[in-house]
Design a protein around this ligand. Structure first.
Ligand code: SME
Length: 148
């Protein structure tokens, strides 16, 4: 597991997103910056809540992602249902994991709230096993809270 330094990318994201109200523009910017800045981030993207119980893909970086995820499916669905961050050290051990890429080994998925409402989840996949931990959860939750 990499102990990443999020200071620089957090500051960059805050500067780029300052004053921006368009959620898609912010999602595109955050996906791009996280993907470019951080080792082990092999897929980064958002799934938006488009209707009760349904997620649909939003801005992302990396290979193609599946377009639609019901709340009762996958790690993203577990995050949306529980409204809590999911850290998966071994995706093959997660019941119902949706493999958009056969190279994914670990994953972190975080809820995105606006005014207390769940509006999306942020999905980060890594080709490395057990890539994410509490440090990543705290830093990524802080980035999301600061920009949405
Ligand atoms: N792995 C996710 C699906 C999204 S693709 O990985 C981009 C899941 O199990 O919900």
């Amino acid at each position: 597991m990499t102990e990443r330094d999020y200071k620089t990318v957090s500051r960059t994201i805050a500067a780029l997103c300052e004053g921006e109200t368009d959620i898609i523009a912010k999602m595109a910017t955050i996906s791009c910056e996280l993907y470019q800045a951080l080792d082990g981030f092999d897929w980064v993207g958002f799934y938006r809540v488009v209707e009760p119980g349904l997620l649909k893909i939003g801005p992302y970086q990396g290979g193609h992602g599946c377009l639609v995820i019901p709340f009762d499916k996958g790690v993203c669905g577990a995050c949306a249902t529980s409204r809590t961050t999911q850290i998966v050290e071994d995706v093959e051990a997660f019941p119902g994991h949706i493999a958009c890429s056969s190279s994914t080994r670990s994953e972190i998925v975080l809820p995105v709230f606006e005014n207390g409402n769940l509006v999306a989840v942020l999905d980060v996949d890594s080709d490395n096993p057990a890539e994410f931990g509490e440090h990543d959860r705290e830093a990524l939750e802080a980035i999301l809270a600061a920009n949405f």
